[in-house]
Design a protein around this ligand. Sequence first.
Ligand SMILES: [Zn+2]
Ligand SMILES: [Zn+2]
Length: 332
Amino acid sequence: MDLAVLLALYLGLLLAAAALLGGCPGSAARVLSLVIPTRLQRVTQKVLHRLFHTRSRLFAVLHVALQAAVYAEYTWEVFVYCWELEFHLLLLLLPYLLLAGNIGCFVLCSRADPGIITKSNHASLVKIYAYDGALFQKGILCPTCNMEKPARSKHCSFCNICVHRFDHHCVWVNNCIGAFNARYFFFYLSTLTVTAATIASITVAFLIQVVLLSDMMHGSYIDDQGQEQAVDILFLIQHLFLTFPRIVFMLGFVILLTLLLGAYCCFNLYLALTNQTSNEWHKSRRSGCSHHLTLQPYDRQVVHKNIYSKGVWMNLKEIFKPPTVLEKEKKT
Ligand SMILES: [Zn+2]
Ligand SMILES: [Zn+2]
């Protein structure tokens, strides 16, 4: 084997092991720490901490680069071939329209205030949600911000702020997702999913058209043993990959993206309809939807119940129009 490949493999293994060290401080990490040089461990841990535990533009830049690569391929090859095959112009322009919408949502989501809790707005934000006594309890202080944590809020270690109705910190938009930018995140995720699905559909339609026009399905080929074989789906995929390598590669990527984003979109829709944040969903699952509160009399088990859900439509409305303290006071 080539020395450079061996070196790359060795380095890859070291980095993977060092990555494990950062994530699992158990016995595996102790064993690996004996093999990996201390200096490399320190450097890798520093890099991993910088990437995954601090606010960084790296993922936002990667996001733009991947989007640019997909659109470059779509523009230079798929669009031109489809245009020649007389696809409808509006259909071919649809991905650009979706891109404009997606960039708009991306900018709004990454620049908007997610609901930063400050000394001046704390008094009003603390009144918006009641403490459920299970996931959120009254009187807990954020040691960094030195303020009582309002119900449904969380301190983001990336941004070093407490966020009202904290959902999660999104590395791709480099911002927290909270009460005030959840709607932009929802649109951002939806437009990204629809964009990937649209590009995938147009590309699949183009490849099907190529196969139909060439009448390849009724042909045959000679296999490695010299036998004549009828063209099957596997042969077709191989043939298309050899003829349009970049297009098929891009198609594989956007199909994978559509599936992953589609699943994540469904999960987010479920959370919105049931009025839960990702943070609450994780917390309730981690504790098995029940909590032993030692302060409770007779050490009784308090079952977590989502007290914030007000029905499907009201829950959905809350994402697009977060409640304010004035509205809450009007109702009471
Ligand atoms: Zn805080
Ligand atoms: Zn954050």
